[in-house]
Design a binder for this molecule. Structure first.
Ligand code: UDP
Ligand code: MG
Length: 216
């Protein structure tokens, strides 16, 4: 019997698009409501990072007229599931390219949240320097999200979606943190105090990793 024809797939890529010499990538992870976006804004202000939030890029693509992925993204986000990685990795690669063809420092917020994304991004786009991981108990995150939901207009800041996002975080995203931890590439920050207090610890972590603030 003739063998089944192989599935079509993208050709394997042996070299990442961006070299870590000119493109500095730091991943920012943590559960939903851990404060990733809040801390990223402070880092942008003081260190001259370009902030790329995977969730924001997906929401923008969802709203882009003519996007073939809009409906799919909408469903995944509401369900707290991880959008197939091809879409997210491509959106990130495009955004990095759009910023000075990738020259500079990038904070990639809320990504990678699944092993396949982590591996693909580092192989095909750019190896990361390290991961900032914001560690926060679920009850604290939950309260923040419910509060944010009053004004955020996000379809996933409601009790039902929040529960699903927590489950995805524990089952799917924590293995990514553990994977980088084994490589000595995770800086863990307790994220329960006030934003300014947490930021003091973030700056300390930057010193430890040899990252200097940008000149004022
Ligand atoms: N998302 C995804 N892949 C990613 C990042 C985000 O599919 O790499 C989706 C996922 O459904 C997630 C949602 O976007 O729950 C919102 O992500 P965001 O980082 O904005 O929010 P957070 O849950 O961290 O508050
Ligand atoms: Mg966010």
């Amino acid at each position: 019997m003739a063998p089944a024809s192989p599935r079509l797939s993208a050709p394997p890529k042996s070299t990442p698009t961006f070299s870590p010499d000119k493109t500095s990538v730091i991943f920012v992870l943590g559960g939903p409501g851990a404060g990733k976006g809040t801390q990223c804004a402070k880092l942008v202000r003081d260190y001259g990072f370009t902030h790329l939030s995977a969730g924001d890029l997906l929401r923008a693509e969802q709203d882009r007229e003519g996007s073939e992925f809009g409906d799919m993204i909408k469903e995944y986000i509401k369900d707290g599931k991880i959008v197939p990685m091809e879409v997210t990795v491509q959106l990130l690669e495009n955004a990095i390219m759009d910023k000075d063809e990738g020259r500079g420092r990038f904070l990639i917020d809320g990504f990678p949240r699944k092993m396949d994304q982590a591996v693909r991004f580092e192989e095909a786009v750019c190896p990361s320097k390290f991961t900032l991981f914001f560690d926060c108990p679920e009850d604290v995150m939950s309260e923040r999200l419910i509060n944010r939901g009053k004004t955020s207009g996000r379809t996933d800041d409601n009790a039902e979606s929040i529960k699903k996002r927590f489950k995805t975080f524990v089952e799917t995203s924590m293995p990514v943190v553990e994977y980088f931890e084994k490589q000595g590439k995770v800086v863990k920050i307790k994220a329960v105090k006030s934003p300014d207090e947490i930021y003091e610890d973030v700056k300390e972590a930057m010193v430890q990793r040899g990252i200097e603030p940008s000149a004022k």
